[in-house]
Design a protein around this ligand. Structure first.
Ligand code: MSP
Length: 642
């Protein structure tokens, strides 16, 4: 029986000097989807590439004093380098300057022309060069500004070929109505339907005022409109027009993943081109949101781009991949910040995932010389863990089919959370003290390593390096990439496997030296967790801490330190100053008068030149929300907390 197949594409990218982390978003998600579908046993084709023609490129190359081809060659090499660094494992990289694409686009033009859907006329109207988009006057903003990018459009007048979009308007609306999965998410479907209902105008699809493009086959003075050229890539990459068997195997695509600003091209022009070519339409076009920076779209022209190479060097590939997919609700816009990236890495990857592996392997080493023991009788708590593991795999299949990427990760992290809780509840360190509990200890340790075998398999599509590193430390001989979702069935781990405890897979990243206060607190949390295993403190250690209630008298920002607040607090008989890393969570005004809990006997330190005598207690949730530990006014400042 032949395997089910899955064809996924990203847009092909414009050669731009610098790809930013926003660009990496589409490819990272597509790569994870491709890997996931392979993992579920499908045959997968993942296409990306570069969109190298058009007036914009010709202008830039001219400004730089190089030929357009030399310019794009050099940039495309940088794309490939970035994708490699981000572990983007595409199957086809399609360049629109390749000979096969040239042939394919001309064939598309010829077929549509022969069908009678292309005619020659005169175009007089508005064109946005940066977006390579034609605009009817009624859709322009005041002062003839492009509604997409906000830059001035240009008046062009030339003899052109036109594509009869209007002829297909009703057929397209009918298709969208009958196939709700065609345009996703729903909000974008509604937007597109409204746009189409306003009426489609025939599209100008050739230009004569520049020549960096593919010539119209029947009239070489004209070059083909860059979007018609670019969209054709999705079929050139699978053999159009010559390799019919390959085309039949892969077309129609399962998912075109695109950013929301290019939905119109993918859900109006492209399907109508396919209708005119008498080819089926892709199953789904999914329009994702933008990665924002300070609530603005990250883009080179706005000068707010974040260079992925710098981030990779500083923080690593998997934290970036994980952050992009976990932090942003797929389909919506989401904010990028370096700080949020570091916090996510520390909490989810270093603490939840990394610590789980480290604690488990340390215990296995101590109690069983690092060798996976034979499990014995299972108790209710074990069955609960096994059931959640099975449910997670099942749930993930359904979520990934819906392209619910961030929910999928949340679901895997629920299993990771459960595994951490399993350690706390089964307390292997206590079992180890009782020789009669040896069998129970063996069962618990087996289950703990087994659940991490399953976790490694489940995370590997999203963060491939991490899956591999967990696998190596677990000491499993099979190649992780040869295994499928069916291998997540409980019990795959062989007793006798020799594990290799190594370095923590995600060392904590220090956010910023000036954030000592908050860092201290997180370190404490971490120590608390690992202490379950090794480093329990006794009551006399705890007694060394002086925790007191303090009332905040004043709160002020510190110039140049946007995360810190300077607080004057009273403990009844004395006042002191504390500098706290909470400025991103509280406004100074809302703090005044509040009764908080402080560590009163912390050695004084200077933060940004300000004396800090103590520390506030606060709790941070996994989504980064921070809340100060507070007590009501009934407790007087100075009261001891214990
Ligand atoms: N060349 C066209 C696509 C042609 S497809 C037939 C194009 N290229 S692009 O380089 O401008 O964009 C490539 C992809 O990156 C698009 O999906 C776009 O939405 C995405 N992103 C660019 N900036 C982005 C953010 N700031 N955030 C999220 N995605 C963004 O469009």
């Amino acid at each position: 029986m032949s395997k089910e197949r899955f064809y996924i594409t990203t847009p092909i990218y414009y050669p731009s000097d610098k790809l930013h982390i926003g660009h990496a978003y589409t490819t990272t998600v597509a790569d994870s989807l491709a890997r996931w579908h392979k993992f579920t046993g499908k045959e997968v084709l993942f296409l990306t590439g570069s969109d190298e023609h058009g007036q914009k490129i010709q202008r830039i190359a001219k400004e730089k004093g190089v030929s357009p081809q030399a310019y794009v060659d050099q940039i495309v090499a940088t794309f490939k380098e970035l994708w490699k660094r981000l572990d983007i494992d595409y199957d086809v990289f399609l360049r629109t300057t390749s000979a096969e694409h040239h042939k394919s686009v001309q064939e598309v033009f010829r077929r549509i022309y022969e069908k009678g859907d292309i005619y020659k006329s005169k175009y007089q109207g508005w064109y946005c060069i940066p977006c390579e988009t034609y605009w009817v006057e009624s859709r322009l903003e005041e002062d003839k500004i492009c509604p997409d990018c906000g830059r001035p459009v240009e008046l062009v007048e030339e003899e052109s070929y036109f594509f009869k979009l209007s002829k297909y308007q009703d057929r397209l609306l009918e298709h969208i109505e009958k196939h709700p999965e065609f345009i996703q998410p729903e909000s974008r479907r509604n937007e597109m339907v409204n746009f189409i209902k306003e009426g489609l105008e025939d599209l100008c699809i050739s230009r004569t005022t520049f020549d960096w493009g593919i010539p119209v086959p029947i009239d070489e003075k004209h070059v083909i409109y860059v979007w018609l050229d670019a969209l054709t890539n999705y079929i050139t990459g699978i053999g159009f027009p010559d390799n019919q068997p390959l085309m039949e195997k892969w077309w129609p695509a399962d998912v075109h993943l695109v950013g929301k600003e290019i939905m119109r091209f993918h859900t109006i022009i492209w399907p109508i081109m396919l209708m005119a070519l008498e080819l089926p339409l892709p199953k789904t076009v999914f329009g994702h949101g933008w990665l924002l920076f300070d609530d603005d779209k990250m883009s080179k022209s706005k000068g707010n781009v974040v260079d992925p190479h710098v981030l990779i060097d500083e923080i690593g590939v998997d934290p970036i991949r994980y952050f992009l997919m976990r932090e942003i609700s797929f389909g919506q816009d989401g904010n990028f910040s370096r700080r949020a990236l570091i916090e996510r890495t520390n909490s989810d990857l270093a603490n939840d995932l990394g610590n789980l592996l480290n604690r488990s392997l340390a215990m296995l080493e101590r109690y069983f010389d690092g060798v996976v023991p034979e499990p014995k009788e299972q108790e209710a708590i074990d069955v609960e863990l096994q059931e959640l593991a099975a449910k997670t795999s099942e749930k993930l299949e359904a979520l990934m089919d819906k392209l619910a990427i961030n929910e999928s990760l949340i679901s895997i992290w629920q299993l990771i959370g459960k595994a951490n809780k399993y350690i706390d509840e089964t307390a292997p360190w206590a079992l180890a003290k009782d020789p009669e509990k040896k069998d129970r200890l063996a069962t618990v340790m087996y289950n703990l390593i087994e659940v991490q075998r399953i976790i490694a398999l489940l995370v590997k599509s999203f963060i491939p390096r991490t899956g591999q590193r967990i696998w190596e430390q677990l000491g499993i001989a099979e190649d992780i990439n040869s295994l499928l979702i069916t291998d997540t069935k409980w019990g795959g781990l062989k007793p006798g496997t020799e594990t290799n405890k190594g370095e923590p897979i995600f060392p904590r990243i220090e956010v910023d030296k000036v954030e000592v206060v908050k860092e201290e607190k997180v370190k404490e949390e971490k120590v608390e967790k690992t202490d379950n295993v090794v480093n329990l403190i006794d009551i006399s250690d705890f007694a060394k801490l002086q925790l007191k209630v303090a009332k905040i008298v004043t709160a002020d920002r510190i110039k140049g330190a946007d995360r810190l607040l300077k607080l004057q607090v009273t403990t009844g008989d004395s006042e002191r100053q504390i500098v706290a890393g909470i400025a991103q969570h509280y406004q100074p005004e809302e703090l005044v008068g509040r009764n908080v809990v402080i560590v009163a006997n912390l050695k004084p330190a200077k933060l940004r030149g300000e004396l800090s005598e103590g520390m506030l207690l606060a709790a941070t949730s996994s989504d980064g929300t921070l809340e100060l530990v507070s007590v009501s006014d009934r407790i007087a400042p100075g009261s001891i907390v214990k």
